[in-house]
Write a protein that binds this ligand. Structure first.
Ligand SMILES: [Zn+2]
Length: 280
């Protein structure tokens, strides 16, 4: 266990990059062999745009990393946070820590972005992708990367998670983000078991449907528990889904990095009224 903790305490930047870009490469290759749907647009251009946003996300996280280190050291030094207040055996400590980090830094951040207009303006960029694949996972406006980082700091304060646990969570989060956005066919029976515990690609694709209330469902990142607990879980046959956003269906906008960067500073576009006949 000590080796495990030490590894994540001192995880080299190179290993984090390999996880991010190596993982992306593996998922994109698997998508080639076991796709759920065939790409209609130019895949290379699509991935290139999303890699630009992956790089801005990496940059924001690097620039703000000192805040994460300071916050986790502060919680440790002051014995602040749930994991300091209640002592558990180490394995339980890890599981509870991952649950709290996943709830606040991912589910709550994501839910809030969907319900606060000016935050939504930044998150829109993630939803403008009209074809969802592993590269969509990190398609975040740099402003959204800052918002998510602040939620991560909140999660660290509440949980009191040590630095190694935060690094372990982030490694899992990168893996799950790419997996749940990937265009990889997973059998019904495997999905049927996994969906009770984890967010699966089938589950997360529903979130990328172009209409509410489906786009306002399945906010989860790693654990499916939060959507089940808060009544935002939806199970929909994936073949009925249309990716994108009803308010942002312009290719000139969604396939142009500069136009995407400007979206949060343009007027808010209200979603169209949802009609009963559009129920999936
Ligand atoms: Zn979303």
């Amino acid at each position: 266990m000590d080796n495990f903790i030490n590894y994540f305490n001192e995880i080299p930047s190179a290993h984090r990059s390999i996880l991010l870009f190596g993982g992306l490469t593996v998922f994109l290759l698997l998508e080639n062999f076991f796709p759920v749907y065939n790409f209609k647009s130019n895949k290379t251009r699509h991935v290139a745009i999303n890699i630009v946003f992956t790089l801005t996300t990496v940059l924001v996280n690097l620039l703000m990393a000192f805040l994460l280190i300071k916050t986790s050291f502060w919680a440790e030094a002051n014995e602040f946070g749930i994991l300091h207040w209640i002592q558990f055996p180490i394995v339980i400590q890890i599981i509870i820590g991952l649950f709290i980090l996943d709830f606040i830094s991912a589910w709550l951040a994501h839910y809030t972005e969907h319900h606060v207009k000016w935050l939504w303006q930044f998150h829109v960029v993630h939803h403008t992708d009209m074809e969802v694949d592993a590269s969509t996972a990190n398609r975040h406006h740099p402003g959204e990367s800052v918002i998510r980082f602040l939620f991560t700091l909140l999660a660290v304060v509440v949980s009191g998670a040590s630095f190694w646990l935060i690094m372990l969570y982030q490694a899992l989060s990168v893996f799950f983000g790419q997996l749940t956005h990937s265009n990889i066919k997973i059998s019904k029976s495997i999905n049927g078991v996994l969906k009770w515990f984890f967010v699966t690609p089938q589950m997360h694709r529903v979130h990328h449907h172009y209409r509410q209330p489906y786009s306002d469902s399945n906010y989860g990142n790693i654990f499916s528990l939060w959507d089940r607990l808060f009544g935002t879980y939806k199970d929909v046959e994936n073949s009925k889904l249309v990716f994108g956003l009803d308010t942002h269906f312009s290719k000139q906008e969604s396939e142009n990095v500069w136009e995407l960067l400007k979206i949060p500073f343009k007027a808010y576009r209200p979603p169209k009224e949802y009609a009963e006949k559009e129920k999936l």
